[in-house]
Unconditional design. Structure first.
Ligand SMILES: [Zn+2]
Length: 320
């Protein structure tokens, strides 16, 4: 099972909750033993008897004697707990999730993350990102799109979006085993590209994967952080996150010896690590090559890895 850092954070939190509880329970019991030393004596005797039975050194103790002692210990303990106003729930951990008992895992043969871990990791990821939970596939409103045949094709804009939506649904459902690891959504302003990026990120996060949505400006900023502040945090995240989404590639300023090498490095590292990347752009293929050069172009338009999803039609922003 892949060790996802988001899941590991949740698991650590669960373990901490159990540890904190255990410390409290131990303190309660220590105070009880201090106040009622005869209880501790009982317990020691019982523990010794169990040990002897296990090592079979003393076969003299028969089971009834052993059970008898335990019952005496239990009833004395219960009386003391009652006197001290300690309830069973103070001493016995009550798990928040009854599926995994807060271990975070389910399944015996094939151990996998419990749904509670996936849901919490996804929530943490969403809260720390600029990805929202309303621009989703489920909330997509096809009625905003024109249903008359477009000039340069035989589809209507509505039909085109419906096809895209179906593709996005199957792509996210099969994530990370998708038919293509890269998507390039191209087209003019106001066709719903940013909405699509958000929906794709949202679906992937909901399944417990990490996703990061950035504007193309962030690539320059991350490069400056590395050069000027020796801070590679943002770039490392861009290289390694499960799904990187670059919104509106082409809207940033191309800085000499900064933008293209950084973009190439990020894309190349992601290809090398088999990570998924989604890019939206207003640029045509020719414009991408002209702006970023053939190395970036070949990484972006590689037919075996990239599904190009061109969008056409009218700007719908006035209808939203
Ligand atoms: Zn659980």
């Amino acid at each position: 099972m892949a060790k996802n850092p988001l899941m590991l954070d949740v698991l650590k939190k669960y373990q901490l909750r159990i540890d904190v509880f255990q410390v409290k329970a131990d303190t309660i019991m220590n105070n009880i033993f201090e106040k009622y030393p005869e209880l501790l004596e009982f317990r020691k005797k019982y523990a010794q008897m169990r040990m002897d039975a296990r090592t079979a050194e003393d076969k003299g103790h028969c089971k009834s004697e052993y059970d008898n002692l335990y019952q005496q210990y239990e009833s004395s303990l219960n009386k003391c707990l009652e006197k001290e106003n300690v309830s069973a729930s103070d001493l016995e951990y009550q798990p928040l999730c009854t599926l995994c008992n807060d271990t975070g895992y389910v399944g015996n043969v094939h151990k996998r993350y419990c749904t509670c871990v996936i849901a919490e990791a996804a929530q943490n990821m969403l809260e720390g990102s600029n990805i929202n939970d309303h621009e989703t596939i489920e909330n997509f409103n096809l009625e905003l799109f024109d249903d008359s045949t477009m000039e340069n094709g035989n589809l209507t804009q509505k039909k085109q979006m419906e096809k895209l939506l179906n593709y996005m649904t199957s792509w996210t459902k099969s994530f990370p085993n998708c038919d293509r690891q890269q998507l390039l959504i191209s087209g003019g302003v106001g066709l719903g590209k940013s909405y699509c990026l958000n929906s794709l990120a949202y679906e992937v996060i909901k399944q417990g994967f990490s996703a990061m949505m950035i504007t193309s400006f962030a690539i320059n900023e991350a490069a400056f952080d590395e050069i000027k502040k020796s801070d590679s945090g943002a770039l490392n995240m861009m290289r390694s996150v499960d799904l990187l989404l670059i919104d509106d590639l082409g809207s940033e300023q191309v800085l000499n010896n900064i933008t293209c090498p950084t973009l190439f490095n990020v894309l190349n590292e992601r290809v090398r690590r088999s990570r998924h990347t989604i890019i939206s752009t207003n640029l045509s293929a020719e414009e991408i090559e002209e702006r970023y050069g053939s190395r970036v172009f070949s990484r972006l338009i590689d037919k075996n890895r990239t599904m190009i999803l061109p969008l056409m039609g009218k700007d719908i922003r006035s209808k939203v």
